[in-house]
Ligand binder design. Sequence first.
Ligand SMILES: [Zn+2]
Length: 264
Amino acid sequence: MQKRELRRYFLQLLFSLARLLTYFCTYNNDVIKLSMQIILGRDEKTHKLKAVVDGKTTKLLGAEGSVNDFVSRQHISLDVDGTSGSFVLKNLKSGNQTYVNGQLVVQKNVTTSDRVELGAQRYLLDWKLVSEVLPKVADVRPLKKVWTDYQTDILKEKISQGRFNALRGGVGVLSASSMAGTFVPGAGGFRIPLLAVFVVSLIVLTIISMRNAKKLPLKQQKRQKDFQRHYVCPCCGYFFGSVDYDVVMRPKDTCPSCKAKLVK
Ligand SMILES: [Zn+2]
């Protein structure tokens, strides 16, 4: 008995470990790759803005001679979380001076709408330059609703079309049977009301068929147009096609047009 319980606990432990491992693997793939660290400073030779991404890639930004001597070679670091659009800014040495919206800071959360100045001569950081080294990320989460709404609308239309067909069938039967009724021997005085029912049902049938034939293609066209306008890459406007959200927006995927990483 004890042995069996022990085995069960052991299996549960293994299962939990496996789940934990799966969680971290997914986490790594989906989130960590989108974050990066950028160290910004002055390039000695060119006096351009130097960006070192994740301690590996170096990129020189802006015009030659644009960065003054008061900016250190390693002045600030920006920790970038690709999904939120905000950064953690750190002043790297106590001798550096970094201002955010006029305030001297050591560390602060910033976005591209903040005014960041470096050094005693207040070199103004141009976010447009920084964006050249930022990861290109497309937040496609709102597109899930666009896809489900589109599908729901198609389904609703199918249901209402089914109802319409049933109604048309019913009126058709009424029309045919009233016509047949007039031929029954001995219909006598019922002949005129039956004929009236036949004429009215025929008119109703024609009107509802005509209205449906007119309205339906217009509605379908509008739906398709709306869908094509909204089911697109937020970065470049590329239309993803009538493909299921879960299929087209896999977390590791990138936009086929602008190569932005899709955040799901
Ligand atoms: Zn794109």
